[in-house]
Design a protein around this ligand. Structure first.
Ligand code: UDP
Length: 324
């Protein structure tokens, strides 16, 4: 049985769907603060906060859990700078509750949602796993802390983990059943699509003076279905090798903010009003990840490398689910 912590959220729900379709039995644990009721379509569900250690233990006592996948963390970089306490409490302390419960109940497999934010401003592109880890905000620091804690838990308790360092998760399941939704929304693609459904007036480009070919930031957009597939491959890796590891989930290919907007115009056939604004704090000019290690070792084979394909799936969900 696989416990999906944060399984009512954007990425967790996509992983839950894919695991179920591949015959795995899942349990979702979510406090529904940022997770969505309507994404609870597969497996069993427990409404539980990771702060609640007693309830967590009850669930581990009752269920035959052999693997935990952990998606529930706060992800807003700006907020992590202004309210670090909230981030250290949820992303670190609450995760420790989860890990200690796993140790108590002898659950030995853990798959962790890490992030390219642990690298900070990278010294070279594409980013490989061995580059220095210098996160520039509390969000990235919380993720790096858990990666470090996991090394110690492997040594001390033989808890084996795979850390998956996501680049920019994007797109939606092709079924149209689940998609990207955050409250408040801060991510580029859903914000652009909100303009198409007239929920917002314009899309703001945060900075046009970056040292890139068109002056806007370049990011590596990874389709959420490709991310989900990497989790299943990570699970198979842990089962076969019983050894901890970490992988970048990047496509080795970046798109600028302007390219993403152009693609959205083409796919949706909408006019999209663009407003150029100053840079957002803490945004490196280019973040592109090498997925080579994941491809070699996990045999990960991403299918949605093209930005048009990604936006097509995002639009398919967005236009039917987020209209006012
Ligand atoms: N971005 C933007 N306007 C927005 C939201 C984001 O120009 O309204 C830019 C942002 O500066 C970054 C890219 O789009 O370069 C992706 O941002 P997002 O917040 O989606 O993901 P992040 O890279 O922060 O994980």
């Amino acid at each position: 049985m696989i416990l999906i912590v944060g399984g009512a959220g954007y990425i967790g729900s996509h992983v839950n769907k894919m695991l179920t379709e591949q015959g795995y039995e899942t349990i979702v644990l979510d406090n529904l603060v940022h997770g969505h009721n309507e994404f609870l379509k597969w497996g069993k569900f427990y409404n539980c906060d990771l702060k609640n250690k007693d309830k967590l233990e009850e669930i581990f006592e009752k269920e035959d859990i052999d693997t935990v996948m952990h998606f529930s963390s706060y992800i807003n970089v700006g907020e992590s700078v202004t309210n670090p306490s909230k981030y250290y409490e949820n992303n670190v302390t609450n995760t420790l509750n989860l890990l200690d419960t796993m140790v108590k109940y002898d659950v030995k497999r853990f798959i962790f949602s890490s992030t390219c934010a642990i690298y900070g401003v990278p010294e070279k592109i594409p980013i490989t796993e061995d580059l220095p880890k210098n996160p520039i905000n509390p969000y990235g620091k919380t993720k790096l802390m858990i990666e470090e804690i996991l090394k110690d838990y492997d040594t001390a308790y033989n808890l084996k983990s795979v850390c998956l360092r996501y680049f920019n998760a994007s797109g939606a399941d092709i079924s149209g059943l689940i998609g990207e939704k955050h409250e408040p929304e801060t991510h580029l693609i859903p914000l652009i699509l909100d303009v198409c459904i007239k929920k917002r007036d314009d899309i703001k480009i945060y900075g046009t003076d970056y040292d890139t070919f068109d002056g806007t930031c370049i990011r590596d957009y990874i389709h959420v279905t490709d991310l989900a597939d990497a989790h299943i491959k990570a699970l198979e890796y842990l089962i076969e090798n019983n050894e901890s590891n970490e992988f970048n989930l990047g496509n080795n290919k970046g798109f600028s903010v302007r390219e993403v907007i152009e693609s959205a115009k083409k796919i949706t056939n909408c006019e999209i009003k663009v407003t150029e604004t100053p840079r957002r704090k803490g945004d490196p000019a280019i973040l592109v990840g090498s997925g080579k290690k994941a491809k070699n070792i996990l045999k990960w084979d991403p299918q949605f490398v093209d930005i048009d394909k990604i936006i097509k799936t995002a639009w398919n969900w967005h236009k039917n689910n987020l209209e006012e």
